[in-house]
Write a protein that binds this ligand. Structure first.
Ligand code: SF4
Ligand code: SF4
Length: 321
């Protein structure tokens, strides 16, 4: 596919450097005769914004430049039925200047250029929905934004285990008609908190603005680290036994035990468990299921139960006799 348009998603907190870089990209588009669509920071657009529709119409064969990790942006767009591959999204934070970012965008494959009689670098600014999308070469679509904070689901990783749905106390997640977990009430999420990202067994949840942990923000090639405290909270909220160590976490229990003395999955102390019963360390613990009883031991237990039953019958017969 030949990209023929740059979509520039503006920085949410513009400063002199980000504004200059964005302006430089816009001017390069003008100078190089490449279509450019400037849009507000996409993560902060309202769910019902008309701009999503305008983007859906204009995203084909585009390269999107923005200030978030491409995986997060790709799945954010996907949430609005806009399909743009992660490979066609570039994170401007990873470029030293506009020249290298512009070159990387063009390097995905050459931009197609249109002939026009006169060149202008002026940006045509429009309110979203008031003009046809494709009416100009340099168009800035404006739409109201407000600071938002919500999870973005990487559907390629999500196994629909519903842990996030069961964990969240604020009704952010719901099941759709096909029984698939979806973010339905994003604005009910608690700003600044990425708690459910820490309990998702598949690292499928991203909070694109979370700066303290690049994996949670959707950085490429990273998995969210196991967080025993958050998983412990999950087990205490849902009442499920930990699949790794088999223990149930008390409802009011919050603090996880750290280190070798704790189950890496739920943070429960392992002191009372035998060494052989200890779960494996690391991420495997999340998918670890308690070992099944062997056929031999199950048979032994059945015989023992039978012996008990026969003893009880003997005692009952003696009492009657
Ligand atoms: S916890 Fe993760 S894998 Fe499970 S349904 Fe939620 S997003 Fe999907
Ligand atoms: S961060 Fe907290 S409030 Fe937001 S979706 Fe996750 S569990 Fe719910």
């Amino acid at each position: 596919m030949r990209p023929n348009r740059i979509i520039l998603s503006k920085h949410e907190h513009p400063d002199a450097r980000t504004v200059a870089l964005e302006q430089d990209i816009i001017e390069r588009c003008g100078a190089e005769d490449v279509d450019c669509l400037v849009v507000p920071p996409l993560y902060h657009l309202a769910e019902s914004s008309k701009l999503w529709k305008a983007l859906a119409d204009g995203v084909e064969q585009a390269v999107l430049l923005g200030w978030l990790h491409p995986r997060a942006v790709s799945w954010l767009l996907h949430r609005h039925q806009i399909h743009l591959a992660e490979s066609h999204i570039l994170d401007l934070r990873t470029f030293a200047d506009a020249k290298s970012a512009f070159a990387a965008a063009g390097g995905l494959s050459p931009f197609s250029r249109r002939q026009r009689s006169s060149r202008t670098h002026a940006v045509d600014r429009r309110e979203t929905g008031t003009a046809p999308f494709d009416a100009g070469r340099l168009v800035e679509l404006r739409a109201p934004t407000k600071p938002r904070w919500y999870p973005v689901v990487d559907q390629s990783r999500c196994t629909n285990c519903q842990h996030c749905l069961q964990f969240c106390l604020f009704g952010v997640y719901e099941l759709d008609g096909d029984g698939k977990v979806q973010v339905r009430q994003p604005d009910q999420c608690k700003p600044g908190c990425p708690a459910c990202a820490r309990i998702c067994p598949q690292s499928a949840l991203m909070f694109p603005l979370y700066e303290k942990d690049a994996a949670i923000a959707g950085a490429p090639g990273k998995l969210v680290a196991l967080d025993a405290a958050a998983r412990r909270m999950f087990y205490s909220r849902t009442g499920r036994p930990c699949p790794a160590c088999g223990q149930k976490v008390a409802k009011k229990s919050r603090a996880a035990v750290a280190g070798n003395g704790a189950c890496p999955e739920c943070g429960c102390p392992l002191a009372e468990l035998t060494q052989s019963a200890r779960p494996p360390a690391g991420r495997e613990a999340m998918t670890h299921t308690p070992p099944k009883e062997s056929g031999e031991s199950a048979q032994r237990r059945a015989f023992s139960d039978l012996d008990d039953l026969v003893d009880q019958l003997d005692r009952a017969m003696q009492r009657r006799g």
